[in-house]
Write a protein that binds this ligand. Sequence first.
Ligand SMILES: [Cu+2]
Length: 484
Amino acid sequence: MTTTTTDLARNTRRFRQLIGAVAIAVPLAVSTWLLAGLRVSAEVREFRGSYPEDAQPRGVVREVTLTATPAVVPLLDGRPLAVWAYNGQVPGPVLRVRLGETLRVTLVNRLPQPTTIHWHGVRVPNAMDGTPGVTQPPVAPGETFVYEFTPKDAGTFWFHPHLRASEQVARGLFGVLVVEEAEPPPYSRDEVWVLDDWLLDSSGQIFPQFNTRHDLAHDGRWGNVVTVNGTRGTTLAVKAGERIRLRLVNVANGRVFAPDFAGLDARVIAVDGMYAARPLDPAGFELAPGNRLDIDLTIPASLRGKRVPITDHFTGRPIPLAEIVVADEVVETPRFASPARAHVPEWRGAAATPVRAEYRLNARTGGPFGIQWTINDEAFDHDAAHAGDHGSAQVLPAGEFSKLRFVNESYRLHPMHVHGQFFKLLSRNGKPVDEPHWRDTVLLHAQETVDVGMVPVDVGRWMLHCHILEHAESGMMTTVEVRR
Ligand SMILES: [Cu+2]
């Protein structure tokens, strides 16, 4: 075989063409990659310093047993009410730990049906998330399960079953988890208000039908009695001058609250557990099922000897929630800077970022309750999930920015909740919204489209669902997988 000069010339020409193509293609690819990298990392860079990736356990373990059991308690107006309760209390015990402490909770199931505990808003290891079939098997009657985790964030969180939740939560299974900072701000006092409603029948007991067609066709089960900390006419006795940290938690199946603090020196300092970037006016805040608000409340001397009613205004018909009863005594107000000074990214540039996942929310007839709530035309199959088949999950790359879009194609409310993650509202109906705080639950009104941004750092398979428990129970659930 000989190589002719013509062949050589042809090969050289081909080689040059190839080099030329590479010389153009490689820098193009590299610059496209760099540009994409730069755009992603602009949001990720802005995210840095928002909250820690890892827990910092200090070696202190707080052990608690929560026994879920039927009980009869004096609730609402003092008459005996048959409930399901943690440790015989409704609300369940307020668990308080300091940041860095490890919580070890033994759940004992004495209910007539299986259960689990989900730690709403807490960035737990995935296996501790309490979602049956996805992160753990259901805890059968008579069985126990140990939840152990070290919270990564200080704030107001809560816990409840994640199995047949529309029944179990309505019967009274919920409690609050307060994670205090290593050095909590020196408030005069730290109070928890659990907001709830109860659907009672004519005998004054819990209406025993759950997931009714009525509830499913509307915004879930709305009760005929509204309570704070399990009772009507709740009062908070304070002294003028006191500065109070008031932690509001909405544990209702479906009801949204819009508490009115007009006339009081009240500022929102944290939403869904996480401190805001600055103190905010509480007017206009809608507390959907799952949401929490921490209020920094100073009682002015001008209210000495007065009673200040706090009412809910969500439905347009004012509903009394509680009363702040101010003593004649005046104490000095603790002076310290608002703890609401968290780093929260603005993500103004995120409007141009493509949507990674879109969730269309709607309903159809069918399923075990006659109506199914769907995400992208799929109803979550709880029975299959409990058996370990939880369908396909949207993958969200850990440490990267993701934009999620919720499109409410229905006329009902949907407070959308993502487990184990915090997100920030970017826009409503295409209009940019600057909320200087994180959320783990965002309320969608009828026909509304909402974009949220997040940089997930907690890996695992997490539920994404509507927190109207009847909507979730009838299918409005899916999973996301945060993967490295
Ligand atoms: Cu819903």
